[in-house]
Design a protein around this ligand. Structure first.
Ligand SMILES: [Zn+2]
Length: 419
């Protein structure tokens, strides 16, 4: 049994506890209270001026693109970025390339050292589940399928399912499911095949990039524009595909693909009716605001998401479109573009909402008795009057320490060692 006390304990599902106290037993949270309450362990490790909170959840990234950090410059035109990514994928044809593996491994270490404890990872090659297992980072990996003109979506999905099952960890710590890439790169039949797989696996979740760019909106509504040009260039355009004439959300809803187990990633272009649909389906939008700016699609309407009561989680997206995997930096960008959203709501999005959306809500994302003790401590400066607001202002990794699970060589920032 180990106990910690600090100036603040931030449980996420309730008010921050001033002079809080938390006890951990066998890797799970045993108790949580004010320090003055009866039962507080006098032998508790005192962290002093710090906030204890659950590890953050990065609900959307692509670890296997980590070797592209800083390679593709920010752009004002989304299709330029897409073309650059496609060219880079051709330059690294071997998914087991040591440069890819090393960069993905470093990215996992970096994410963890910036306080992230659970990851939603998109993979086209399935090299990441093994890396996540080795690093002991719980994760939901989405094996992403593309095919605007796929010949046999059913057998493609069957084969993908077999690979996904083989890559998952037997103890359920690293799960692997199937996910379609986006409405403009996946055929209706492939969507149906992936949906059938999801229906056959009731505990699983899926994910789709949705409403990211204006080019996507134009293509789904009218079948025209830069996406059409790219599909033709790639030789996969087919006249059998009829433009739905709707928004991407309405299109996928009509296909029967959407429900609460499908994460809608980005949502930059969504408003009004689409947000209503997502809310009534109890879906989660995963916002990646720093990446959105980087790839030239503007910022997501975060205040509208919260005002419409849509579930919101946060992701960094890949290192090909963001400077680092520090989810606290994502929170700072969220605060910048959504100044009226309460800090507590932003923090909940970065923890509990992400954990729930990934199917890990019973174990992670908040400090509650019996949940896993995935605890981080944030060093606070003097005179923090609103700890929740402080935590969404951008936190550097140097101020972050893991308390549980303990890591070898980790230095606990006790009040004594700071004197
Ligand atoms: Zn993505």
């Amino acid at each position: 049994m180990r106990s910690f006390t600090a100036e603040w304990v931030v449980p996420i599902h309730g008010e921050p506890i001033h002079h809080g106290f938390i006890t951990v037993q066998d890797g799970r949270i045993a108790a949580l209270s004010r320090r003055s309450d009866a039962g507080a362990d006098p032998a508790a490790i005192d962290l002093g001026r710090a906030a204890i909170m659950p590890a953050l959840v990065n609900t959307h990234t692509h670890l296997e693109l980590s070797h592209l950090r800083g390679v593709i410059p920010p752009t004002g035109r989304f299709l330029d970025w897409i073309r650059a990514i496609m060219a880079m994928r051709r330059e690294y044809p071997d998914p087991g390339d040591a440069r890819i593996i090393d960069a993905a491994h470093s990215a996992i270490v970096e994410a963890r050292s910036s306080g992230t404890g659970l990851i939603g990872d998109i993979s086209n090659t399935l090299v990441t589940p093994q890396l996540l297992r080795e690093a002991r980072v719980p994760a939901q990996v989405f094996y992403e399928l593309l095919g605007f003109n796929a010949g046999d979506p059913e057998s493609m999905t069957r084969e993908a399912r077999a690979k996904a099952d083989a890559a998952a960890s037997p103890d359920g710590t690293v799960r692997v499911g199937l996910a379609p890439h986006a409405p403009y790169s996946v055929s209706p039949r492939l969507f149906a095949a992936i949906r059938a797989d999801l229906d056959a696996h009731p505990g699983h979740v899926s994910s789709v990039h949705l409403g990211e760019s204006p080019e996507e909106m134009e293509f789904i509504r009218r079948g025209t524009g830069p996406w059409r040009a790219l599909l033709e260039e790639l030789g996969v355009w087919t006249g059998a595909w009829e433009p739905p004439g709707t928004s991407p959300v309405e299109y996928l809803e009509r296909l029967g693909f959407l429900d609460r187990r499908v994460l809608a990633v980005h949502g930059v272009q969504l408003a009004g009716d689409d947000l209503d649909r997502l809310r009534s389906l109890d879906m989660t939008v995963v916002a990646c605001p720093r990446s959105n700016r980087y790839v030239g699609v503007d910022s997501p309407p975060l205040e509208a998401f919260y005002a419409m009561n849509v579930n919101v989680a946060f992701g960094t997206d890949s290192l090909a479109s963001v400077q680092d995997l520090n989810l606290f930096s994502e929170l700072a960008e969220a605060r910048r573009i959504a100044p009226r959203v309460p800090a507590r709501s932003l923090l909940e999005s970065a923890t509990l909402s992400g954990a729930r959306a990934l199917g890990f809500g019973d174990e992670y994302g908040s400090l509650e008795p019996d949940k896993r003790a995935h605890l981080i401590s944030i060093r606070l400066p003097e005179d923090v009057s609103d700890v929740e607001e402080y935590l969404v202002g951008g936190i550097e990794p140097s101020a972050i320490a893991w308390l549980e699970p303990e890591t070898p060589n980790a230095q606990l920032p006790t009040s004594k060692s700071r004197n």
